[in-house]
Design a protein around this ligand. Sequence first.
Ligand SMILES: Cc1ncc(C[n+]2csc(CCOP(=O)(O)OP(=O)(O)O)c2C)c(N)n1
Ligand SMILES: [Mg+2]
Length: 1018
Amino acid sequence: MNQQLLVPDIGDFDEVEVIEVLVKVSDKIKKNDPIVTLESDKSSVEVPSTFEGTVESVNVKVGDKVSKGHLLVTLNNETQTQEIPKKNIEEKLPTDTENIIKEAEDTLVLKKELKEPKILSQKKNKNEKIEIVKNGDIDPIETKEWLESLSAVLENDGKNRAQFLIKQLIEHSYKEGSDLVLSRNTPYINTISPEEEKKSSGDQNMERKIRSLIRWNSAAMVVRANKKNPELGGHIGTFASAATLYDVGMNHFWRAKNNKFGGDLIYFQGHSAPGMYARAYLEGRITSKELDNFRQEVKPGGLSSYPHPWLMPKFWQFPTVSMGLGPIMSIYQARFTKYLINRGLLKDEGRKIWCFLGDGETDEPESLGAIGLAAREKLDNLIFVVNCNLQRLDGPVRGNGKIIQELEGIFRGAGWNVIKVIWGSYWDTLLAKDKTGLLIKRMNEAVDGEYQAFKAKGGAFVREKFFGKYPELLNLVSQMTDKDIWRLNRGGHDPHKVYAAYHSAMQNTGTPTVILAKTIKGYGMGKSGESINTTHQQKKLDEKDLLYYRDRFDVPLTNQQVKNIEYYKPPDNSPEIKYLKECRLKLGGNLPERSSFAKPIKTPSEDIFKAMKESTGEKEMSTTMVLVRMLTSLLRDKNVAPRLVPIIPDEARTFGMEGFFQKIGIYAHEGQKYEPVDSEQLSSYREDIKGQVLEEGLTEAGAMSSWIAAGTSYTNHDISMIPIYLFYSMFGFQRTGDFAWAAGDNQTRGFLIGATAGRTTLAGEGLQHGDGHSHILSSVIPNCKSYDPTFAYELATIFREGLRRMHDKQENIFYYITTMNENYTHPKIPKDKSVEKGILKGMYLFKEYNKHKKTKIQLLGSGAILREMIKAAEILQNEYHIDSNLWSVTSYNELRKEAIEVERYNLLNPDKRPKKTYIEECFSSTEGPIVAASDYIRLNSDQIRPFTNKSFYSFGTDGYGRSDTRKNLRNFFEVDKEHLVTYSLSVLAKEQLIPSKYAKEAIKKYKINPEKPIPTKL
Ligand SMILES: Cc1ncc(C[n+]2csc(CCOP(=O)(O)OP(=O)(O)O)c2C)c(N)n1
Ligand SMILES: [Mg+2]
């Protein structure tokens, strides 16, 4: 039976061009195989077959214009007719109904719960404990009755039922007119009650000893470095507050990468790095000599100040010290891990991503900015640990409030599982004795500024100021000495509490977890730095402080050894070292450790790029369209296709990428639960659990974090991925420059595409959109290669080389390429073999104008402005008899980088024959001054000025951008062909190669106003 394949609904387009025919007569094709590629003036999209069969006739050819309903091919289908079945959208119940059912089901579970022995029912009759305080309660008797009822429910039916009833009450009161909302906060006590704590099987004494040594060595390392030279800096107080949090993880939870397991990924808080070095020292991975080189990284063997994979590529995995980047990057790392699993590229081994951050760090918008995504996407592989030492650099984080409560509300509101670890075990007995609820009340009342002082000022102070507020509480601690009171510890310093929290976090499913651990900044530093406002910057401890520190943690060093600030490492066969190593052995190996076993991705064949190197004839297209076309072709390369990760922050339609929605799908962890409004169309919005596109929504920070996660997948997951992140070029480096810097440090491999780039190509968008400097910003990142191509063949050459270098040769570089949205025709790649080499090095001779052989000028054009320069060269030749060499400069950044390297070599080798820079090679046998122009500020082309040995004049788009037509903008910024001709004539006059009258005439002819202020002042 014959089947006709027609052009489906392609949206608002009519008369769309066929740019590729992908089948021929007698081809056997399957359903969904692409038949043709269509291209509108903005985007290209493949049309898939809706049947299976053999091609009988092809009814279109390249260049045809088609609309909906046009016959494309006829198929012979012997077996069956297969209309695309309407998408099978699961019938979904309204969310509310679903929730009600779920809740009902939850209460049913209680029946099961009843059969199981419940911890709660083991407790004594709770009713005895309830004694109502009159404060603020208008009817204590009524309150007591309600509480007793609740206790009975807890006793008989368990906590889920109790919670259900509370929720019902709140909803009911809301329906009845009360607008008080459910509080997101729980009392200021631990989330996990002592009865529910999972006990560690570890040897607590041994672990304390090890922790003390790590504490000591980490502080000693900082103090020694600063004794050597106070310039070096470092931090003691932060790790001192976090030691237990790290130790419990290292001893019991964090699994390393090895040949059997992918490894947990830990984002260490940046300035707690000394603690990680100190542990690695005990493990024998770092020597004492290396410890002595802390923060002295110039000579090999130094330890980097903070986690920097660039400086310690076998050790650190994640750069975290720029506050806020670690948290958001870890969220997207967790998300990307699930993406790889859902796409079938990675085994689900239950790996976890842990991120440590400071409470002060949560002020950064990046820290909390993506927590909604983590909950929405059910990232139960993610665990945040916020070290709530109540202080940041200058002082308290929330002196007048409570950071833990604030964060609890925020995270719980976003849908996270929140575990508060506030009080250590010494408080358990007090809390159990507190029949009136007054202790919790007091805990709730005290603000962080007070809590900080309590730990700075000793036991007597705490008795008076904390317990002393209520006589009942004073009574509660009457049997305790001041020392006992002082010993009442905080949750984050109690290994039992931390263990229980980590264990609970590991068991949690369906939501990410945040552990809010209360600690003391500078724990153990005594008067010199415990819980005082200057703790953060304390990097020197005098002899007295050190002796105190030794005694506090029972470090087995003599007074003399303390005086010498010696490290302490027990022998390898000591119980401590054996224990430490065994713990890690059980968990699979060392942490942190960076490695990669990813296989290279074979560079796709030249054929894929062939079409881009041909002339487009009459057809006009933008370089953004060329890129999208190229990606469409790459999706046919079996090696590259599955590894491509297109990342877009809500701009796919701007860049003509909506064709990808159907073709490769948008990643959605729950698939698609609705029929999209545009389901009839070819580019319909298709979400899929196996989707390949990361549609980020409006978050450049999130998109960059995804790009980094994908671009470092070769090390974190041992599978190379090729992330391509497209954005408005203005919202790239300018918006997320710090991420780009961290990406370089992290050795991210991938493409950043600054689309709609330039200051005069994005007409109409104006000052905040017109980018004139992203190439300057990208130039400062040492391992970033940036290019500003004009023509399709330039872009194709650069892109293929990027794939080759990053993904085949596995070089630690990344690419920034600008593409434009201006449509024009593209020529065929010039025949000269050196062109491709030149494109990659940064410039090549595009055309030589040599008709008159009298006066010559060197014209350099880039990106959007190359075409203006071509027109200028023609005018100069035809109207003014001036010859020129016309150079296409694809990268001033690359030219400069090479030139400074060569110049340096020559200066350091004065007796050797000087090497030539590539710029010199290009210009050495040319005549005339240089006129260079780009769509970027002059600084861009000025970069090569010192290396040309010629008179050099730059033109560019300095100043604020603005909205207008392209023509008017180029005129305003003086980079249109008229200005370029005029400036060239003026330059030649200044160089005394022609009389000045020509320039004067041109000024008049082109109505250029010499009085107009420079655009930087407008
Ligand atoms: C973006 C950024 N801004 C400023 C700093 C400097 N800085 C380093 S640590 C710190 C205070 C951090 O306080 P907190 O997050 O509470 O960590 P703690 O040391 O208390 O654990 C500051 C301001 C930085 N590293 N990054
Ligand atoms: Mg802090």
